[in-house]
Ligand binder design. Structure first.
Ligand SMILES: Nc1ncnc2c1ncn2[C@@H]1O[C@H](COP(=O)(O)OP(=O)(O)OP(=O)(O)O)[C@@H](O)[C@H]1O
Length: 233
């Protein structure tokens, strides 16, 4: 579904991603892992077209994303939940959900989408008129995921969805990701540092170390040796 090949990325003179390959299979839940500052967020942002890359290719459903004009990206059906969630704290929950639809020429197609999102996240319906900034961390994460679902994605990309969230809510976020994958058919690519969460939620793992992809496979193959070599601080 997503196929990254030979990606090189620089921030100014600093070479951040080195010949990175990443294949995400349709239907999988792929967890990108690695210590802080290794390039995980940069790789996700490169897939989303939010940082420039020097060389390499990013293909999605056979299309070269480097050739998709910015205005056509919203139609690609890739949902993105950035690190830190980036919800609009002064807007209501419902306005946060609707904001991705307002500017679209084909908004009639999305008439019932907010109701579908409320069916997945009943708490957002209860709080639809509250300001985004008044929600708890876990509710804000649900809102950020809900907002990413508005454009009916086939691939959902999440950057550290459990960061800053209470442990009992982390479990709920895990359940939600599993449900979106198994019941709604979404392919999931996530960055996650917490091992128990990754083991419970992911079907596949990839490890990035100093900007290079160094390991990957089915989640059951994530060994103590790999964890010691590339993940423990
Ligand atoms: N906008 C930027 N300009 C310059 N350097 C950056 C920028 N964003 C990230 N970097 C640097 O690029 C490297 C990779 O950062 P990135 O955020 O992709 O890592 P990460 O693996 O996601 O880390 P974390 O787990 O801390 O979020 C780091 O050294 C970081 O300091």
């Amino acid at each position: 579904m997503l196929d990254v090949r030979g990606l090189n990325q620089f921030y100014g003179g600093s070479h951040t991603l080195w010949d990175v390959d990443l294949a995400v299979k349709a239907g999988s839940r792929t967890c990108l892992m690695g210590r802080n500052g290794m390039g995980k967020t940069t790789l996700l942002r490169a897939v989303m077209g939010l940082v420039a890359t020097r060389s390499g290719e990013i293909r999605y459903d056979g299309r070269d994303l480097g050739k998709v004009p910015a205005e056509a990206r919203a139609g690609l059906r890739i949902g993105y939940v950035p690190q830190g969630r980036e919800i609009f704290s002064q807007l209501s929950v419902e306005e946060n959900l609707r904001i991705g639809i307002y500017a679209r020429a084909d908004k009639a197609r999305f008439a019932d989408v907010i109701d579908r999102i409320y069916a997945i996240f009943p708490v957002l319906k209860q709080m639809s008129r509250r300001r985004g900034g008044d929600l708890s961390g876990g509710q804000q994460q649900q809102l950020a995921i809900g907002r990413a679902l508005v454009l009916d994605p086939q691939l959902l990309i999440l950057d550290e969805p459990c960061e800053g969230i209470q442990p009992n809510i982390v479990h709920e976020i895990g359940d939600l990701i599993l449900r979106l994958n198994q019941e709604h058919g979404l392919t999931v690519l996530l960055v996650e540092q917490k091992l128990p969460f990754a083991r419970r939620v992911a079907s596949e793992f990839r490890i990035i170390d100093k900007g290079r992809m160094v390991a990957g496979g089915e989640i059951a193959a994530l060994s103590d040796e790999l964890i010691r070599a590339h993940l423990t601080v």
